[in-house]
Ligand binder design. Structure first.
Ligand SMILES: N[C@@H](CCC(=O)N[C@@H](CS)C(=O)NCC(=O)O)C(=O)O
Length: 215
């Protein structure tokens, strides 16, 4: 299987973290990473993989693609259930999904939009109104997740890493790489992010793009 990505981009990094976590103790997934930097994600070849021109895309075979990060991770989880990254029991699975959704909808999405509206400016001008709107939406999610971690558990959903950690870390690292830190008022979240980033599997993904870009 192949995973198409752009270095440093947060959505592909959710899946790259998922794969790295699966392989942290023993190689479970053999996935070839294909770097589309230089505009290749807009090429005709990539539009055939994903008509929206986005990454990540998982190529299962030359005519079968999945183009949403959570759907990719869930597909891989069904193919390779161990080690579990979506929980072990019905209740754990529900909790992981709940926390992952909170991480995406209440932090990943508004923080991504905030960074886009202020810093990255790939194809647009600064949008102060948009930035202010999304900045105001971030604290509720951070407060909730900080409270979950204040219970003393090491990872977002429990005592082992899950997809919820991948989603949250991917966007916090993207923001951090653009000079935006939003976790300062949340000590448990700050401590979790420092701890999680220090994991060898994770730090390999979070190297600066020039160092982790695939050929
Ligand atoms: N909901 C999608 C979001 C995909 C997405 O927005 N990807 C961005 C990178 S984070 C992208 O492909 N950007 C390139 C572009 O829009 O030109 C997912 O999670 O897979």
């Amino acid at each position: 299987m192949k995973l198409y990505f752009l270095p440093g981009a947060p959505s592909p990094n959710r899946v790259r973290l998922y794969v790295a976590e699966k392989n942290a103790n023993a190689k479970v997934l053999d996935i070839e990473e294909v770097n589309l930097q230089g505009g290749l994600h807009r090429s005709t070849a990539h539009l055939l993989r994903n008509p929206f021109g986005k990454v990540p895309v998982l190529e299962i075979d030359p005519s079968t693609f999945i183009g949403e990060s959570l759907a990719i991770a869930e597909y891989l989880e069904e193919c390779f259930p161990a080690p579990p990254l979506f929980g072990r029991t019905k209740l754990e699975r529900a909790r992981v999904r709940e926390l992952e959704r909170i991480a995406e909808l209440r932090v990943f999405y508004p923080l991504g939009r905030y960074v886009q509206a202020t810093v990255t400016q790939v194809e647009s001008f600064p949008e102060p109104g948009v930035a202010a709107h999304f900045l105001g939406r971030i604290p509720a999610g951070l407060e909730y997740l900080d409270g979950e971690l204040r219970t003393g558990r090491p990872y977002i959903a429990g005592d082992f890493p899950t997809m919820a950690d991948c989603t949250l870390a991917a966007i916090l690292e993207f923001a951090r790489s653009k000079g935006v830190t939003v976790t300062g008022d949340y000590p448990a979240l700050t401590a979790w992010f420092d701890r999680y980033r220090a994991r060898p599997a994770v730090s390999a993904i979070f190297q600066p793009p020039s160092q982790n870009a695939a050929a």
